[in-house]
Design a binder for this molecule. Structure first.
Ligand code: ZN
Length: 444
């Protein structure tokens, strides 16, 4: 049989090519660990990220429920900060890589991408027991996340520093990661300079709140709560583009995606109304705060140098704080310590569904409207969507604003008011209520 040159190469070399590429694929998979996630599918993780994941400081997140007491109301909401952090890391990498591919002129380096991924992975390291409950007692968790990240890197048992150097991450990259976790001050350009200010939009966007942290928790919380999520973050990823807005490099999206962006804020609002601010969730939160306050002087958590710390003081020592998770609930509930009797009683009431029926009282002036909390599309009175910019197909370099009524007439009145009772609970929690009782006046 006579073969042409092309057929000769195909016959002799094709099988070798297949074997060669199979080996390359196997090497790639061996080099990158694969995580299976119900939200994003298979997630590939860089070896440095895996090294961070396999530390006690990160593994701790397996024991902090994403929606804390939401699990006591919605039985499906059993997910933890651990899987959320993996998801944020994955989306942060995807967004940075998409921008690098579509706009090579931005000079996004492989170190930039790795830093953004690490920030995504570590952004919630500082969460205390029951997620936001500890925030009500102490300061912002982002500051604690930076402290915990520094502790994780400095802990010699983790042997992380040589691996970071191996992947060309230096001191200034560590500083950059801390800035990414904490979010940038309005007038700062960050350590990467004004040309790369858009990188700070990815994990903790302090300007308009559109970031991958939100994308992951909206998708994940909806999935586990069984609530509809109308926001399509995959489309947002595809249409993301960096434009100069008044001389500042910002991540924008296509004008036709405005409705999708509104759906993001609408889903957030819906989750607040249905789950995050649920009346029972807030009542349980108040009960647990009472139990922790009563237990504070009698629980000892071992920290650095063998020192012992109380629940509220553990934050001052990262070694002690690493050991403080949602487990504190069972630790108190099943303790044989006589001093924890009162705390145990409160927690046992939660277990038996005997919630407080009266948590305090507020006297309203008669001329004022009934107490209610308005939940809108942004932080407090600031409508965050108005801080977002779009580009058009005809002029992708030029950023523009889109007003509310240009998207949907219905969106002009975006606020919902949650019930007075629930609002009062929120008010009491923020205003340090002094007295609680489960022997209420008739308030139904
Ligand atoms: Zn988060």
């Amino acid at each position: 049989m006579k073969l042409t040159l092309k057929q000769f190469f195909a016959y002799h070399y094709f099988p070798h090519c297949v074997i060669f590429f199979t080996h390359i694929c196997k090497l790639w998979l061996a080099w990158h660990d694969i995580f299976n996630d119900p939200i994003h599918g298979t997630i590939k993780m860089h070896p440095l990220l895996v090294k961070i994941i396999d530390t006690p400081q990160f593994q701790r997140l397996r024991h902090i429920k994403q929606l804390s007491f939401g699990y006591w109301v919605y039985p499906g909401a059993c997910h933890n900060r651990f899987e959320h952090s993996l998801g944020v890391c994955h989306l942060a990498g995807e967004l940075a890589k998409t921008l690098r591919e579509s706009q090579p002129e931005l000079n996004i380096t492989k170190e930039d991408i790795l830093c953004v991924q690490i920030a995504g992975l570590c952004h919630d390291l500082g969460h205390g027991p029951f997620s936001h409950l500890y925030d009500d007692l102490l300061k912002e968790h982002e500051t604690r996340s930076v402290k915990m990240f520094e502790h994780l890197v400095e802990d010699t048992e983790n042997k992380l520093k040589p691996v970071m150097e191996e992947h060309d991450l230096k001191e200034d990259d560590r500083k950059f990661i801390s800035e990414l976790i904490q979010g940038l001050d309005e007038n700062s350009n960050g350590s990467r300079g004004p040309g790369k200010k858009f990188l700070y939009d990815i994990v903790a966007n302090s300007r308009n709140g559109v970031d991958v942290d939100k994308w992951d928790y909206l998708a994940r919380d909806c999935y586990y709560l069984g609530v509809q999520n109308n926001f399509d973050y995959r489309r947002f990823l595809r249409f993301a583009r960096v434009c100069s807005v008044d001389g500042e490099m910002q991540i924008c999206t296509r004008d036709k995606e405005a409705q999708n962006l509104y759906d993001m804020f609408a889903t957030r609002k819906s989750l607040h109304c249905k789950a995050f601010q649920h009346r029972v969730v807030n009542v349980i939160k108040i009960m647990v705060i009472d139990a922790l306050k009563k237990a504070d002087d009698f629980v000892e958590i071992a920290g650095s140098g063998g020192k012992k710390f109380s629940i509220t003081k553990a934050i001052s020592d990262m070694e002690a704080y690493t050991k403080l998770t949602d487990h504190i609930f069972e630790q108190i509930l099943y303790s044989s310590k006589e001093e924890l009797k009162d705390s145990k009683e409160i927690l046992m009431k939660i277990v038996k569904h005997q919630h407080y029926k009266f948590v305090g009282q507020i006297f309203l002036e008669t001329e004022k409207k009934p107490l209610a909390v308005a939940i809108g599309y942004g932080k407090k009175k600031k409508n965050l969507i108005n801080g977002f910019n779009f580009y058009s197909k005809d002029d992708p370099k030029k950023a523009k604003r889109i007003e509310l009524d240009q998207v949907n007439e219905f969106l002009k009145t975006p606020k919902c008011h949650i019930k007075c009772l629930n609002a009062a609970l929120g008010f009491l929690m923020n205003s340090k209520h002094t007295e609680t009782t489960d022997n209420p006046p008739n308030l139904s």
